[in-house]
Design a protein around this ligand. Structure first.
Ligand SMILES: Cc1ncc(COP(=O)(O)O)c(C=O)c1O
Length: 555
């Protein structure tokens, strides 16, 4: 079993949007003056009463804890008989929950969230019916998904399964305007965990609570250490509790700011999972970690979730003040400025099987009388070095024992090609998809096609979308792929720091890697294995899949 290790060091002095804390806090009420707070053992009676009053519960329904983390551990270790009892939670969820279940040696059932990272209530209900767990522990709103269960759904579950204890972690409850605490009187098997770390702004002081039936509270009290809450936490909370309305108003203001920032990031082409708490998931795709690192350089901390199961491509962002969110959005804009997505054209962005390929077939047969066999052209391309269609044509003719120059084929081929191209070539993706990806990345084309083959066929469609289109021979002296020259030149002219090249051929993969950029392959005429062997970082069936999977996450 591994320890839970959040990245806790080196966060001071930065814009901390990575732990869902309150980014401003309430410095006017923090008690730093009275030395006896530090020299005496803590006293809790006043705090206990004040918390119970603020939460609208009876004192005997309350146990204060050293943050919710301790509450989760206390609940799991009290209720679970090691190696015997079943405990159920969801996946993904707040990692401390399964961690504490594991520590308590429960048999753990993890019910997946939906693809949209929401609660799947029917599946959850079915799993509880099947496994009859002793304990179900769920966070609502959950972290990192933001998934939410209404008090009505929870009440129904508690009533349907009276022999199961339902522990609802409500760390972010203040942001929803609703609470499960209202169900305590009707549901003796319900436990609610809350924290002062989030809306209340006291993450550093460690204060949380468990609210439940008095008999459960008595059992938990035996497990929790008697002085687990320190005096500074107790005194600060005592001062803050009468200001509950102010805390709830700030939570509401945070949620209003959240609406603004969600719109701002969606306007920039990002998917989001909004969730019900003071954070959201930003759908970044393959650059999730890169973006997090880029933001860290700008002293803005956001948390890539990409390494975790079910969370590939998502970055969790806490919502702070409007100014802080403006800094975030400025960071996203700077990231776009620094990032290019480059494309090959033929058989990557555009289906050329009926244009170039048809012309190659026609020319080879005309010159040699021997038609191209099925698979022969792609086999030649797989060798590398024959990515250019006229190079491939000349080579196929030569391999049939006839000598032609590349220039001769070029002169014959282009008019033949241009006769058909505009009618038969089709985009593998859509203009709206390209318009959207353009919000995220500066778009460039680096193609082995010459300008006379590009401009009349695609110029009017693609020039308005792509910031730069670089064709072979545009710049004298630049060598064709698999040499890196054209890709390197395009990236240099755009002045980008990060780039990826999407292509369909062995030469594309090699040229991109040689230019220092990762390559993404599409299998329009080469296999995944061939493209991977040539250096592709990832391979997809079409460029549309690249866009959908890697960038338009969550749609
Ligand atoms: C769902 C959830 N529960 C509990 C906690 C822990 O809160 P505390 O600081 O009170 O231990 C967090 C903190 O990130 C959380 O997201």
């Amino acid at each position: 079993m591994t320890a839970y290790r959040p990245p806790l060091e080196g966060r001071r002095g930065k814009l901390r949007l990575d732990f869902n804390e309150n980014t401003t806090g309430y410095s006017d009420v923090y008690p730093l003056e009275d030395p006896t707070l530090f020299t005496t053992y803590p006293e809790y009676a006043a705090l206990h009463q004040a918390v119970a009053t603020a939460m609208g519960i009876a004192p005997e329904q309350l146990l204060l804890t050293n943050g919710s983390d301790e509450g989760i551990a206390v609940v799991a270790s009290t209720l679970i008989e090691p190696k015997v009892d079943v405990a159920l939670t969801t996946t993904p969820t707040f990692p401390i929950i399964p961690h504490c279940m594991r520590l308590a040696e429960a048999q753990i059932i993890e019910v997946p969230m939906t693809n949209a990272l929401a609660y799947d209530v029917p599946t959850l209900t079915q799993a509880i019916a099947t496994h009859q767990p002793k304990l179900v522990m769920l966070a609502s709103p959950d972290n990192p998904t933001g998934a939410y269960l209404t008090p009505q759904v929870v009440q129904a579950l508690c009533q349907q399964f009276p022999n199961t204890a339902f522990a609802l972690d409500e760390a972010y409850g203040e942001f929803t305007g609703q609470t499960q605490l209202d169900n305590l009187t009707t549901c003796p098997n319900l436990l609610v965990l809350k924290t002062f770390s989030k809306a209340w702004g006291l993450a550093g002081l460690r204060l949380g609570l468990i609210a439940a039936h008095p008999s459960l509270i008595e059992a938990f009290r035996k497990v929790r250490s008697p002085y687990s809450i320190n005096t500074v936490a107790a005194e600060t909370a005592l001062k803050l509790l009468p200001q509950k309305d102010r805390i709830l108003a700030q939570a509401q203001a945070t949620m209003a700011t959240k609406q603004w920032v969600l719109q701002a990031v969606q306007d920039r082409g990002y998917s989001v999972i909004a969730g019900a708490a003071n954070f959201f998931l930003l759908g970044v795709g393959m650059d999730a970690q890169l973006l997090s690192d880029f933001m860290t350089e700008r002293n803005i901390l956001i948390r890539s979730m990409s390494g975790r199961d079910h969370l590939w491509g998502w970055v969790r962002v806490s919502v702070g003040t409007e100014n802080e969110m403006q800094a975030l959005v400025a960071g996203l804009d700077a990231f776009r400025e620094a990032s290019a997505l480059m494309f090959d054209l033929d058989d990557t962005l555009v289906d050329t099987s009926k244009s170039f390929d048809a012309t190659i077939h026609q020319l080879v047969e005309q010159h040699t009388g021997v038609p191209i066999k099925p698979g022969e052209l792609n086999a030649l391309r797989a060798e590398g070095g024959f990515n250019g269609d006229w190079d491939a044509t000349a080579e196929l003719i030569r391999r049939r024992g006839k000598d032609v120059t590349r220039e001769q084929i070029f002169d014959e081929g282009i008019p033949l090609y241009l006769q058909v191209a505009k009618d038969v070539e089709e985009l593998y993706t859509s203009i709206p998809a390209l318009e959207r990806i353009k919000k995220r990345y500066r778009l460039l084309i680096a193609t082995g096609r010459t300008r006379p083959e590009y401009a009349p066929v695609w110029g009017d469609v693609l020039d308005p979308i792509f910031e730069g289109v670089w064709c072979r021979y545009d710049i004298e002296g630049l060598r064709a792929k698999p040499h890196p020259d054209l890709i390197a030149h395009a990236a240099q002219m755009a002045g980008v720091r990060y780039a990826r090249y999407v292509g369909n051929s062995v030469d594309d993969m090699q040229a991109s890697n040689a230019a220092g950029f990762a390559a993404i392959g599409v299998t329009s005429n080469q296999s995944e294995a061939t493209l991977k062997a040539a250096g592709a970082e990832k391979v997809f069936a079409t460029v549309d899949d690249v866009l959908k999977y890697a960038y338009f996450l969550g749609d």
